[in-house]
Design a protein around this ligand. Structure first.
Ligand SMILES: NC(=O)C1=CN([C@@H]2O[C@H](COP(=O)(O)OP(=O)(O)OC[C@H]3O[C@@H](n4cnc5c(N)ncnc54)[C@H](O)[C@@H]3O)[C@@H](O)[C@H]2O)C=CC1
Ligand SMILES: CC(=O)C(=O)O
Ligand SMILES: [Mg+2]
Length: 474
């Protein structure tokens, strides 16, 4: 399976020169798959049709050219379903009640609103009950590490951030706003996020490049009393750990003894290594462009120095080929195409491979599959999707509901175990180590586990009603 785009192509076919059969043949020749045909106008000489075609990404520029070059064919319009889904953006603000008359107006707006504002002025905590704060998260990016696309800027980051906001709403009923900042200066980002924080119950940092992301998150955590969570770090790590716990069960290996290679020691990679260590992993090899991290080398990246002290206990030197030899687990959060079949063949038996780079994984899944026991990617179009969307809606739902001050390590470990537990023992197999994002239990289990961990670690400032009986008993 390769990446495909669905296109709707409107064509005029001059019947004396060409037929629909000719068009269908040409589309098939360039790898297109016709999934629907609509006749728009059937004239005596000319018919107009809308043809819906699944086109491999590699051919989506080619197909229009091929059709335009055919005698008797005129391409009138081409639309791409993915682009159509983005027209005008993907989210909007909707009032909870209509303003139908003057009485409504004087309640929701002036003069009534003034009394509510003064109540909050006297007790700022009331912002949680009288405004949208308690259910609202800012999705903040500077556009510097958007998916695996790199520094493409704040405007280009918007579709991804709108997508995250849609997922927050659909999966966890959280209202999330994309805030795409036109600055890369960490001081300025911290200042802006602090300045907008009063309106939000939590801050989801997204696609901010490393190592800047570490310092930005740490400073915001220190300075704000609402949860600050860099999704690419912790959401990814939580889901990777969840998948790994289940994958290790499938192959009957132990996290404490498994040899684990993590490639791409950026935002996601640093956090994955740290969370795996916290979960009991002892043999981690962290690999970036400069090779396997080593305690003998001094790096300018403080996170790398810390990790180097806790990984590569054998002091191996070299790069991915040296690290992966005999490894039980490969976790890629680096970029497309860095893993080869030869490297896979050098891994231990019953190997586990998480090729998590988006949108294109470290190795083409079809190529890897024959050489891997448990394979997962970050994508929606293959089994075992290891994507942070399994984490951030539930973790924020839990954190908002118990008004957590922060998202701490215990809450992350609890979230990972909760995601893993959605897959029942009798369901667990190579192709099902991680639940689907459409499984309602994911958010429910993660929320519940996160609230329990927040209460147990004294990070919760509120006991949600569905937890109060449980807490009293304890
Ligand atoms: N499946 C999922 O849920 C997630 C996947 N990702 C994907 O992981 C990748 C990295 O994301 P971030 O950590 O946010 O980016 P980042 O820019 O913070 O880190 C990427 C790291 O990979 C390293 N790298 C790149 N090419 C390499 C190579 N050939 N060999 C060794 N190291 C290499 C870079 O030097 C950098 O340290 C992206 O493709 C992103 O889409 C990120 C977050 C979540
Ligand atoms: C999934 C995600 O957050 C990323 O690839 O950046
Ligand atoms: Mg991201």
């Amino acid at each position: 399976m390769s990446i495909a785009t669905t296109m709707i192509i409107r064509l005029e076919i001059r019947k004396s020169i060409a037929s629909f059969g000719d068009v269908a043949s040409r589309i098939a020749e360039v790898g297109g798959d016709i999934v629907a045909i609509d006749v728009i106008r059937a004239g005596k000489d000319v018919t107009t049709r809308d043809i819906t075609v699944n086109v491999p990404d590699a051919a989506n520029g080619e197909i229009v050219g091929v059709l335009s070059d055919m005698p008797g064919i005129k391409v009138i319009n081409v639309s791409d379903r993915t682009f159509l889904a983005h027209l005008g953006g993907k989210i909007e603000v909707t009032p909870k009640m209509p303003i139908k008359n003057r009485e409504d107006l004087s309640q929701v707006y002036t003069p009534g609103v003034a009394r509510v504002s003064m109540a909050i002025h006297e007790d700022p905590n009331k912002a949680y009950s009288l405004t949208m704060k308690r259910n609202t998260v800012a999705v903040v990016t500077d556009g510097t590490a958007v998916l695996g696309l790199g520094d493409i800027g704040p405007e280009a980051a918007m579709p991804v951030m709108e997508g995250k906001a849609m997922l927050f709403k659909q999966l966890a009923n959280i209202d999330a706003f994309p805030l795409c900042l036109n600055t890369k200066d960490p001081d300025e980002i911290v200042k802006i996020v602090k300045a907008v924080a009063p309106g939000f119950g939590g801050i989801n940092l997204e696609d901010i490049s490393s190592p800047r992301c570490f310092d930005i998150e740490r400073r915001l955590e220190e300075e704000l009393d609402i949860p600050v969570f860099h999704d690419d770090q912790h959401g990814t790590a939580v889901v990777a750990l969840a998948g790994l716990l289940n994958a290790l069960k499938v192959v009957d290996k132990d996290i404490g003894t498994a040899r684990i290679v993590v490639v791409g020691i950026g935002a996601a990679g640093v956090s994955i290594c740290n969370l795996l260590l916290a979960a009991g992993a002892r043999n981690i090899y962290a690999v970036d462009r400069e090779g396997i991290l080593s305690a003998k080398i001094q790096y300018s990246n403080a996170e790398w120095n810390r990790l180097a002290q806790r990984t590569n206990t054998e002091g191996i030197t070299g790069g991915l080929p040296e690290a992966i030899r005999g490894a039980d687990v490969f976790i890629g959060v680096a970029g497309a195409g860095i893993l080869t079949v030869d490297l896979l063949k050098s891994m231990a038996e019953d190997n586990i491979v998480f090729a998590m780079a988006n949108p294109t994984p470290e190795i083409e899944p079809d190529l890897a599959e024959p050489h891997v026991r448990v394979l997962a990617t970050g994508r929606s179009d293959y089994p075992n999707q290891i994507n942070n969307v399994l984490c951030f809606p539930g973790i924020f739902r839990g954190a908002l509901d118990c008004r957590a001050r922060a998202v701490n390590l215990d809450m992350k470990l609890a979230a990972a175990k909760a995601i893993a537990s959605v897959v029942q023992p009798d369901e667990l197999n190579e192709h099902y180590i991680i639940p689907s994002i459409f499984n309602d239990k994911v958010v429910e289990y993660v929320r519940s586990a996160v609230i329990k961990a927040a209460i147990a670690t004294d990070t919760a400032r509120r006991i949600p009603p569905d937890f109060s009986a449980e807490t009293k008993e304890e």
